[in-house]
Design a protein around this ligand. Structure first.
Ligand code: 5GP
Length: 121
C-alpha cells in the first residue's frame, strides 16, 4: 500500500520545497538533501508507486517513457551521461535500505562526500 504522506509525495505535490533539476509531465528530479557526492540527484515518477517493481508493473507507457526521459535529461544537465552510478533501493535488508517509500533512482557522480554505504545500507 502506498503512503500518500511520504516526503517525496509532499515534494511532488509542492507542499515541501526542493531544488529541482528537471521536470516533465509524469516525472521530476531534484537534488538530494544529504548528498553523498558532488552530484546526487533523485529522479521520481509523479504517480504513486512505492518502489521500482510497482512502477514497472503498473505505470502507463507514457509514465514510463517520461520517467526514463527525465533520468536521461537529468544526467545530461549534470554532465554525467557518460559516467554515473544509478541506485534504486527496494525495501530494507542487510545491505540495502529504502527510507522513502516512493520509487526513486539516485543519480550519483562526481567527487565523493560520504560513503556509498550511507545510502545503500
Ligand atoms: P533511500 O534511502 O530511500 O534510497 O533514499 C532516500 C533519499 O532521500 C536519501 O538519500 C535522503 O537524503 C533523501 N531525502 C530525505 N528527505 C529528503 C527531503 O526532504 N528532500 C530531499 N531533497 N531529499 C530527501
Amino acid at each position: 500500500m502506498y503512503d500518500k504522506n511520504n516526503i517525496f509525495a509532499k515534494i511532488i505535490r509542492g507542499e515541501i520545497p526542493c531544488n529541482r533539476v528537471y521536470e516533465n509531465d509524469f516525472a521530476m528530479s531534484f537534488y538530494d538533501v544529504n548528498p553523498i557526492a558532488s552530484t546526487h540527484v533523485l529522479v521520481v515518477p509523479k504517480g504513486e508507486y512505492k518502489n521500482m517493481f510497482e512502477f514497472v508493473n503498473n505505470a502507463s507507457a507514457q509514465e514510463q517513457a517520461d520517467f526514463w526521459s527525465c533520468l536521461t535529461e537529468t544526467a545530461r544537465i549534470e554532465n554525467c551521461i557518460d559516467g554515473c552510478n544509478l541506485i534504486a533501493n527496494v525495501g530494507n535488508g542487510t545491505f540495502f535500505y529504502q527510507s522513502v517509500p516512493h520509487f526513486h533512482i539516485h543519480l550519483i557522480a562526481g567527487d565523493k562526500k560520504q560513503d556509498f554505504s550511507d545510502i545503500a545500507k
